[in-house]
Design a protein around this ligand. Sequence first.
Ligand code: PMT
Length: 223
Amino acid sequence: TQRHDLDGETVLLTAGPTREPLDPVRFISNRSSGKMGYSLAEAAALRGARVVLVSGPVNLPAPEGVELVPVQTAQEMYDAVMVHLEASSIVIKTAAVADYHVANVPTQKVKKSAMRLSLELDPTLDILAEVGRRKQDRLLIGFAAETENLIAEARRKMQTKNCDMVVANNVSADGVGFESDQNEVVLVLSTGEIQPLPRASKRALADQILDQVLRLRLALHQR
Ligand code: PMT
């Protein structure tokens, strides 16, 4: 079934993890597979949107018709998002971006020794917060991966980052969240509504999330 309810929209999506180098051969990363973000990209493209998918390293093919912008680090993801922000009408930030990166990355491979080694980490730039500052009339949807206080944390992220919706993902439950094919989320909307989406495939949830994004757009315009 092909809907055309996203005709004329440009959806800017981020997906996957970032990789923050420790040295030329090692990195810090996380368990994001990209499945949730790629499902959203595929669903949005099938519904008629132009889709720009800024993705960290994952083992998934780009969905048909989607413009893939591959990146590695949080800084590269930030730069790519800012390049494509201007043209976008809907921004959805599914990526699991590193919150810290190594302060001074050695140019040579770190050698093993018997000594304890410590890492100095600096915070990365918050891409979602910066998009929130430059939002204008775009719809901005963030994700929140939480292991506790799911709704309260999602609401806090929605307000501090100027989002219209946050997709709250309890990532401590079995069989959902990072890496799995299924997910279970709660949509926290700027209208104050809370909409739980019961367990389903990430692909099915992608269409349900997009349905709510379009419904929210109408609600915001009518205010
Ligand atoms: O990729 P999968 O294996 O399918 O798993 C899906 C998922 C669990 C990764 C996804 O559903 C999810 O929850 N993504 C958000 C992961 C995350 O890093 O959440 P966060 O609560 O740390 O970040 C909050 C929001 O700020 C996110 O929209 C994130 O993209 C954004 N962010 C975070 C840090 C940063 N430096 N810049 C950002 O833009």
